[in-house]
Structure formats: C-alpha cells, structure tokens
Ligand binder design. Sequence first.
Ligand code: CP
Ligand code: NVA
Length: 310
Amino acid sequence: MAVNLKGKSLASLFDWTREEIEQVLKTSELLKLQNLRGEAHPLLKGKTLGMIFEKASTRTRVSFEVGMWQLGGYALYLSSGDLQLGRGETIGDTAQVLSRYVDGIMARVFSHQTILELVKYSRVPVINGLSDYSHPCQGLADLFTMYEKKGRLEGLKVAYVGDGNNVSHSLLYGCSKTGAHIIVGTPKGYEPRAEVVSRSVEEGRKSGSTVEITNDPEKAVRHADVIYTDVWTSMGQEKEKEERLKRFQAYQVNPQLVRGAKEDFIFMHCLPAHRGEEVVNEVADSKNSVIFDQAENRMHTQKALMALIM
Ligand code: CP
Ligand code: NVA
C-alpha cells in the first residue's frame, strides 16, 4: 500500500523508511515516463517552492526549478547573500516567514544544523539540497539510476571510492536501507563519519545488505556492479585542497582501478567532476559511464519527492 508522505521533510535518508524511499522511486518511474511521452502532469499546480542557496549549484538549482515548472508550480531562487539571513536574521525567523508564503523549502547549506533549524521552525516540508553531512536528493537519484540500469537494488555491490563525504553518507544510508551491498574505499582519516557507518550497518541487518569500509581501493572495486566517486575537495574545504590532492592519488578511478570490477559495471558520479583528479576521461566517458543519465534523474526523483510531500 502507498505510504502517505504529505508534509514530511527530507533532511537525511536516515530519517526515511525503506517503504518511503521505494515510494519515491516508484513515483519517479511514472513521472519520468510521463515526461518522456510529453504528457502533462500538473500535480503541484499553484504551489511554490522557495530555494535557499548558500553555495553554488548547477544540477540542484536547475532540476528543482524546471521540475517544479513541469509540475505546474513555481520555484523561487533565493541566494542567502541576498536574503536578510546574510545580515543576521535567524534561520528560525526566516523559516517561519517563508512558511507563510511558500508550500515547500529546499535549502543548500554549509552546516547541516541549518537544515535541522529550518525543519524545526518551518510549517511546510523542508528538503535538504546538500549540507556538509548529507545529500539525500542525490541519494534518491542514485538509487533510481542503479535500479534503472541494473533492474534491482537488492544484492548489487556498490563501491564508493574517494572521500567519505556528504555524498558517501547518503549513499551509505540509501544502499543499506534498500538491500544493496556497499563498500567504501577511502584513505585513512577520510572515512565516512563513524555514526553514519554504524547506523548503516544496523540498517543493513534489516535489509540484508552488507556495509564495509576499507582503505584499499582495489579491494573496494573488486567484482563491483557500481563504482561511484565524488570530488576529493568538497565545497567549503578549499583550504585543504593541496593536502587532499596528495592523500587521494591512489583512489583515482582510472582504467587500471576499474579492471577489478564486473565487466558490465556502471560508473557513477554526482557531478561536478574534477576530471584528471578523482576520475579520468577514459572512465567518465566510457560505455560503462551513466553520469549524465544520473544527472537527469535528479529531476525525475525530485519531482516525485515534491509531488509526494508538498
Ligand atoms: N550533484 C549536485 O548536487 O550538483 P550541483 O552542485 O550542480 O547542484
Ligand atoms: N561533495 C560535494 C558534492 C557536490 C554536489 C560537495 O559537497 O561539494
């Protein structure tokens, strides 16, 4: 039976059940089909989404804005620097005021605490469009893309190679909740947060998926169905760039590393990619790469998410 998601916020995939996540994936499939067929689907006619951005974005901004338009609604781009937030108005007051105007709030922020504050004070659902802790909208699009390409999530071996960052956290939660095995290969000191790992192990016990962390990139990709990477230096970490470039060299996704994966593995990246760093062109542009379908799916899955919660 369909679960009712009206009014539910998405701060982290950890807060959502397997059934709720699968509901978004099923709805994404329908909406993507309608979009391809050119059928109108004005599920959010007359509704508005406020989009707060503290950081740059290409995919998130455009996929939400166009997605909202396709659903018959309207999205407002609000740069945090132009809001009174930039002059000291609190997150709590901002959330309460915006809630009087819009039907949903999406925010891309530095600190995850900001998302939690928005959720606390908002009367309308809040969507995390990336924080230092998680990127759940990316996680939904990733699961949908894997399902589309491989026909299942259960039992897939997903290898994430690189920095144990926000994207890796959402992938850990998403895979462990839906039955996909996940192994993360990172340099020492750059592992995903311990709390995320232990919670994912716990989720995996329920879904039948295994969760493993290793410092050996070759071990991570061995027999993998999916190889996933992200930038070594996330937004807000620019000062660490030189150090990170050195520390991550052995974790580059290149033809030599992917040799250990299954022949029909898919290569995924949330984008933007720093070609020549975490991935080289021979992999990013290979027949195994699904990075642009994955980027497209951000829009389909976020439309499903908005239609279900708003
Ligand atoms: N993957 C992703 O969130 O991309 P943007 O930073 O371009 O939004
Ligand atoms: N980990 C990256 C993802 C960008 C979409 C960052 O936070 O900058």
